[in-house]
Design a protein around this ligand. Structure first.
Ligand code: GAL
Length: 968
């Protein structure tokens, strides 16, 4: 079972934290991680593939291996992934060819990157001791824009293109199986389908969609369907029986867009109930490769996002952007992960058609059986998957003890609304046959001659299970929380779930823990380190092994357990607590453990009922965060372009009279930023002309992607701005001149345009990624000869020959402070004016504000920090969105936030440790762009945190990156 979490290293550019995510994924009982890499970050300069520094993968591979996680590598070249251009570098806009085709120009463009990244992945394959077991070429090479029906959705695909990508990865040395992901289960490139087919076929499924805006009203589940009965026969037809049934991406979150409702709503939409209903339904298809997109989303720092998303790529995933586990959906994944890890029989069971009224006595429940040679699984849910009804039912199952109706000891089972259960029959728990269980299996473990089983259910539910008579009988049958019968062919136990756990012993053979679901949330199964090559990788043998070097432990703790190891009869646990926490070792290899250490500290431990226990004290640290608003701030004007005499001599002359861009040029020379090598952040244009005296207005059409804005000046006078809307990717704007121009005088127009990222290229017969950015059209009324305006422009300094190789090609935009490198630590700010962003600027312009602050975060704690920006408040304490301004946040040179006051919603920008120096000096820079004539200011700027975790994480090193050097 490749149960996998999607997590992108480039969205957490602090390599020292990758292990933290891998450990949190592993602690869910998952075996894999799927990751994209982003070509646009790696080949900003055509012909120079740079996969180093924070973009290198070696540390990512090492961390995966250390945690015991297998990897599915998905380096593109196309990735989609809500990234600018879907991962395509901006310079592809300059190519003539159809993207994602066999046009030689396109193949020549992708080849060097595939060879380079392929070589790196190949070195990390499992056959060479690394964690990589699968490779996915390209991404969802599936759909055509012109399709009219499901059958012709892929009629535009060029199979040779897929074959080329696959062959080039092979040429780079990749030998692991190739997995293809279809956007829908259409069968594209399934094994055995000829040219371009992969070794394993899979498809992607987002039942609640990823379109906009999905996150409002999260309780509304009408947005989907659950077409699984139909899918089963479909999949039988399109995928070979030898190909593991694979869902390469299943919805794990949802995105929020500019002007949206905030990521927490997305987390409530795709919450633990969704996971239970939809994921368990997927298991009922016998899916054995299941990847949850996203499980840790991270951050769209430094202009890596597409225009439909903002800086946070939290996506409401199980692990939040600040790497924390406060969402219940994380805990639910842990239940599912542990179940799979402890259920090898699932792997060989075969799914049958869904049924109503056969396996249960209810016509509103749907049951999908997965039948094995011995063990059967019955996945039950409401047929109407969004039902919130409480449905009582009984199961009618065939078991070793005959055809029976469960519960046998009276009462009924309960399905509480948006829930799903996996009931089992004849389930092996270390040589003991669990004849049936309506309670779900968390995990089990065999140590010595005894098995330990952990079952769980929802509050108030009645559950029942049965065990053979041959094993020891229940030691204390008079337990008040259970009903017990030994009268028939089996020992039958019924239990109604309450807060307190029930522990039962069946002689010396078996211990069973009956647990309320929310209590299991605090239980962890940890693989003990084995000699290479097993390391910490999960293996079914760990369930049965008593040998400490191939075994695992089950421990009740609190917030998180990361790893366990045993030395000299002492169990060493590494984990995190957010409160004083009881630790209790439920099972451990025989002979272990007489003592306990937690995060390197020996604990005072005692045995209670034979189980080793200890208390980890949570000691609240003293945290002193600097008050940013009160710091010494320095200011420099960041729009000198509108001052008289500004010298744009060295700017790029917009002199191209033709463009390869598919949009037909409607200006005398191209003003598409990409034609001049500028692809990220923002652009500034300067149009020089001599007035004839009749000019009254400027007409502009600009395009910057959804939520973009622009500002326009004539010489030093502000003409107006477009503040942006979430819906507009382009705008038409007529700007009146305040007074007549003087005939024969020279004027300059300055246009600052925000760029929110390139569009993605989801469809394969068109080139949406090539939609240009910049000025698309212009005219001067009263001035007929448009070509008499000479345009110059700039984006980031150097364009494709970008300066900052540490932070990559997308981190900087066109603003003066960025071009000068003032956002980098060490900038010469001492002589700048003292002024804070709370004073702001008093005209339509751009100001750059900097400060430095020192952090001294106590060791042993994981305290994710955010920078919060607050715009002006109106009287009732409600945010005043009428002030149009935009802020970019640079932390130690890294752009970790783009704030748009008039659109929102993001105000809090997490900055990972490592980008922030937690024990040293930090440099913070803000570009403040007022789109209003009256200027703009912040109400507040502050550092904040939500959670304080006493943590066994490995403290990340501060990321090394270039510092300020004078730029010419
Ligand atoms: C898929 C795509 C992913 C991501 C996801 C969520 O179609 O493969 O890269 O974009 O949708 O939108």
């Amino acid at each position: 079972m490749f149960l996998s979490a999607e997590f992108h290293p480039f969205r957490l550019p602090s390599p020292g934290l990758w292990l933290d995510i891998f450990q949190k994924v592993k602690a869910m009982g998952f075996s894999g991680v799927s990751f994209y890499h982003m070509w646009a970050l790696l080949e900003g300069e055509p012909g120079h593939v740079r996969i180093d520094g924070v973009f290198a993968l070696e540390e990512f591979f090492a961390a995966a291996k250390e945690a015991g996680i297998y990897l599915l590598a998905r380096p593109g070249p196309y990735i989609n992934s809500e990234t600018t251009g879907g991962g395509f570098p901006g310079w592809l806009q300059k190519t003539k060819s159809q993207l994602r085709s066999t046009n030689p120009e396109f193949l020549n463009a992708i080849k060097p990157y595939i060879l380079e990244v392929g070589k790196i992945v190949a070195k990390a394959e499992i056959t060479k001791g690394g964690p990589v077991i699968l490779l996915q070429p390209d991404n969802e090479y599936t759909l055509c824009s012109e399709s009219t029906g499901i059958l012709d959705m892929s009629n535009c695909l060029d199979k040779q293109y897929m074959a080329f990508v696959e062959e080039t990865y092979r040429e780079a040395g990749v030998t692991v199986p190739i997995l293809v992901n279809d956007a829908l289960p259409l069968g594209n490139f399934a094994p055995g389908t000829g040219v371009g087919s992969g070794d394993i076929y899979g498809w992607d499924f987002y039942p609640f969609g990823w379109g906009q805006p999905p996150c409002s009203n999260p309780q509304n589940w009408t947005r989907s369907s659950l077409p699984y009965p139909a899918y089963l026969s479909l999949l039988r037809n399109i995928s070979l029986p030898t190909s593991p049934r694979s869902i390469v991406e299943f919805q794990g979150g949802a995105p929020d867009a500019w002007g949206g409702v905030g990521v927490e709503q997305c987390a409530s939409l795709v919450n633990q109930d969704f996971e239970r209903v939809f994921y368990k339904s997927s298991y009922s298809l016998h899916v054995t490769l299941f990847n949850i997109y996203m499980t840790y989303g991270g951050t769209n720092w430094g202009n890596i996002g597409h225009p439909l998303g903002y800086t946070s790529y939290d996506a409401g995933a199980a692990i939040s952007e600040d790497r924390q586990l406060t969402r219940e959906k994380y805990a639910e994944l842990k239940l599912q992960g542990n179940f799979h890890r402890a259920s090898p029989a699932y792997l060989t069971a075969q799914p049958n058609e869904d049924s109503k009224g056969i396996y249960t006595d209810s016509s509103v429940l749907l049951t999908t059986p997965l039948l094995g040679s011995k063990t059967n699984f019955y996945v039950v849910r409401h047929d109407d998957y969004q039902s919130t009804n409480l449905t009582r039912y009984s199961l009618r199952l065939s078991t070793k003890i005959g055809n029976i109706t469960i519960p046998q000891l009276g009462g009924s089972l309960l399905l509480a609304g948006r829930d799903s259960k996996i009931h089992v029959t004849n389930f092996d728990i270390g040589g003991i046959d669990l004849l049936y269980s309506s309670a779900e299996i968390f995990t089990w473990k065999r140590t010595g001659n005894k098995s330990t089983l952990l079952l769980y259910g929802g509050m108030g539910e009645t559950h029942e299970f049965a065990l053979p008579k041959e094993i020891g009988v229940l030691t204390d049958p008079e337990n008040e929380n259970i009903k017990y019968s030994n009268a028939g062919k089996a020992q039958i136990v019924q239990w109604t779930v309450g807060k307190d756990r029930v522990m039962l012993s069946f002689g010396k053979d078996l211990d069973i823990y009956l647990l309320w679901r929310n209590e299991v949330y605090t239980y962890w199964t940890l693989d003990l380190p084995s000699p290479e090559p097993l390391g910490r990788y999960t293996s079914p043998s760990r369930l049965n092994s008593s040998d400490a070097s191939r075994s695992s432990v089950i421990v009740k703790a609190g917030y998180l357990l990361r790893s366990a190891s045993i030395r000299n009869e002492r169990l060493y646990l590494v984990g995190d607590v957010n409160a004083t926490t009881e630790i209790e070792v439920i099972t451990a290899p025989l002979g272990c453990c007489k003592a306990l250490s937690f995060n390197g500290r020996d604990m005072e431990s005692t045995f209670i009922d034979g189980r080793l226990t200890a208390t980890v004290l949570f000691e609240a640290p003293e945290i002193h965060l600097p008050d940013l608003a009160k710091m010494d701030w320095r200011y420099v004007d960041s729009l000198p372009e509108i001052q008289n005499g500004f010298d744009d001599n060295s700017w790029t002359l917009c002199d191209k009279v033709a463009s390869n861009n598919p949009r037909v040029l409607t200006t005398p020379t191209s003003l598409y930023a990409s034609d001049y090598g500028y692809h990220a952040g923002s652009f500034i244009y300067r149009g020089h002309f001599m007035a004839n005296g009749n000019e009254t207005a400027l007409y502009l059409q600009t395009q910057g992607g959804f939520a973009f804005g622009h500002g326009v000046w004539l010489n030093s006078s502000f003409l107006g701005s477009w503040p942006g809307t979430p819906e507009a990717s382009a705008t038409n704007h007529t700007l009146m001149f305040p007074r007549p121009l003087v005939r024969g005088s020279r004027y300059v127009l300055t246009v600052l345009i925000d760029h929110m990222g390139y569009d993605e290229n989801y469809y394969n017969d068109i080139n949406p990624m090539k939609a240009p950015r910049g000025i698309l059209e212009y005219s001067l009324s009263g001035h007929s000869d448009a070509s008499s305006i000479t345009w110059k422009m700039t984006g980031n300094l150097g364009g494709e020959t970008y300066r900052d190789h540490s932070r990559g090609p997308l981190n900087e935009g066109a603003m003066f402070a960025e071009r000068q490198g003032y956002h980098l630590p060490g900038a010469p700010t001492a002589s700048w004016e003292e002024r804070s962003p709370l004073q702001g600027i008093n005209s339509a312009s751009v100001g750059f504000f900097v400060t430095t602050f020192t952090l001294d975060i106590p060791a042993g704690y994981d305290i994710p920090l955010a920078i919060e920006l607050h715009g002006p408040m109106s009287v009732a304490g409600v945010k005043d969105k009428s002030s149009n301004f935009r802020v970019q946040i640079f932390v130690n040179g890294w752009q970790f936030g783009k704030y748009v006051n008039n659109l929102g919603p993001q105000m809090k920008f997490f900055v990972p440790e490592g980008i922030l120096d937690y024990n040293g000096d930090n440099y913070l820079g803000l570009t403040l762009w007022s789109l209003d004539g009256m200027g703009a200011k912040l109400e507040d700027v502050k550092l904040s945190y939500d959670v304080v975790v006493q943590s066994g994480y490995s403290k990340p090193k501060v990321v090394q990156a270039i510092e300020y050097e004078k730029r010419v």
